[in-house]
Design a protein around this ligand. Structure first.
Ligand code: MG
Length: 276
C-alpha cells in the first residue's frame, strides 16, 4: 500500500508569493500604527523575504545576495538567541522578525504590540490569498476519493512574540501551532483530520523529527509494509529530512522550469506528471 506525505506551503497551496495585496496589508498596518517610512519598511521586508525564499527553493544567488542574506541571518540569530539556546533552531520564517529587522534598518524601533499587530494583519492577508495549485487540488481530490492514505507535513509559521524588555523574540510552540492550524481551514475543511497534519512546532523542518512522527503514525495505522512517498517543493526542507527519516520515494515539485533537476530525487514540474 502506498502512503503519501505531502508538504503544504508552496506545494499544495501558494503561500509565499507575497503579492501586492499582502504587501499592501503590511504597509497599511504600519501606517495605521502611525509609523514613519512604511513604504520603505515594506519594500525591505519584501527584499529579505525573497532572499530567504529563493534560497529555500534552491534558486542560484549572486554574491551580493548571499552577503545580504548572511547579514540578515546574523541579526536574526541575535534577536532569537534565547530561542536558539532553548530549541536548537533559528525560526527563520518568522514574519514578525522580518518586519522588525526591516523597520530597524530605517531607524524605526518597533514595540512588541506594533510587531504583533503588523504581523497579524500581514498573516490575515496571506491566509486570505493562498489558492490551491489546480494540479495539487486535483491530486488531493484523487487521494481522498480513492481513499489513498496521506499525511501532511508542514513547516511552522514561526509565530513569535517580541519581548520589549529584553529586546529578544520568544517562541511558544502551542501558540504558533494554533495560529497555523487556524489558517489551514482550506485543508481541514476538506475533511483532512487535524491529527493527520504534522506541523514543525517545536522542531521545524529540516529537522527530521516531524517526518519520523508522521511515518510512525502511518505504520501504526496501515502496517509496517507500506510504500512511502514524500512530495515537496523544497529539496532541503522536505526531501532530505524525509530521506533521513526513512521515507522511500522522494518527489520534488519543481515549478520553476529554470531550476536544474536534482538527480537524487524524482523531479517533476507539477502533480500532473505523477501517476497515483
Ligand atoms: Mg513548501
Amino acid at each position: 500500500m502506498k502512503v503519501y506525505f505531502l508538504d503544504i506551503d508552496d506545494c499544495l497551496i501558494e503561500t509565499s508569493r507575497l503579492g501586492k495585496d499582502e504587501l499592501e496589508a503590511l504597509r497599511t498596518a504600519l501606517e495605521k500604527l502611525g509609523l514613519p517610512r512604511s513604504a520603505e519598511i515594506t519594500a525591505e521586508f519584501k527584499k529579505s523575504f525573497h532572499l530567504l525564499y529563493d534560497k529555500h527553493q534552491g534558486k542560484p544567488k549572486t554574491t551580493e545576495d548571499e552577503s545580504e542574506l548572511e547579514k540578515y541571518m546574523d541579526r536574526l540569530k541575535v534577536l532569537q538567541s534565547e530561542i536558539i539556546s532553548k530549541w536548537g533552531q533559528v525560526k527563520k520564517w518568522s514574519r514578525e522578525c522580518f518586519i522588525y529587522i526591516a523597520a530597524e534598518k530605517y531607524g524605526v524601533k518597533l514595540t512588541s504590540q506594533q510587531v504583533s499587530f503588523s504581523a497579524r494583519l500581514l498573516w490575515k492577508s496571506i491566509a486570505g490569498h493562498t489558492p490551491f495549485y489546480p494540479d495539487a487540488k486535483a491530486f488531493l481530490h484523487k487521494l481522498i476519493t480513492r481513499k489513498i492514505p496521506f499525511y501532511l507535513i508542514s513547516s511552522s509559521d514561526c509565530r513569535l512574540t517580541f519581548d520589549d524588555r529584553k529586546n529578544l523574540f520568544y517562541y511558544e510552540p502551542d501558540y504558533s501551532k494554533k495560529l497555523k492550524i487556524g489558517r489551514l481551514k482550506k485543508l481541514t475543511g476538506m475533511g483532512i483530520p487535524e491529527e493527520n497534519i504534522f506541523l514543525g512546532d517545536p522542531f521545524d523542518k529540516p529537522d527530521p523529527r516531524i517526518f519520523r512522527q508522521a511515518l510512525a503514525k502511518a505504520k501504526k495505522v496501515h502496517g509496517p509494509g507500506i510504500h512511502t512517498v514524500t512530495i515537496g517543493d523544497s529539496p532541503e526542507n522536505d526531501l532530505e529530512p524525509a530521506a533521513v527519516a526513512g521515507i522511500k520515494e522522494l518527489v520534488w515539485i519543481n515549478r520553476h522550469a529554470t531550476l536544474k533537476s536534482n538527480h537524487r530525487f524524482l523531479t517533476v514540474p507539477g502533480f500532473d506528471s505523477l501517476k497515483i
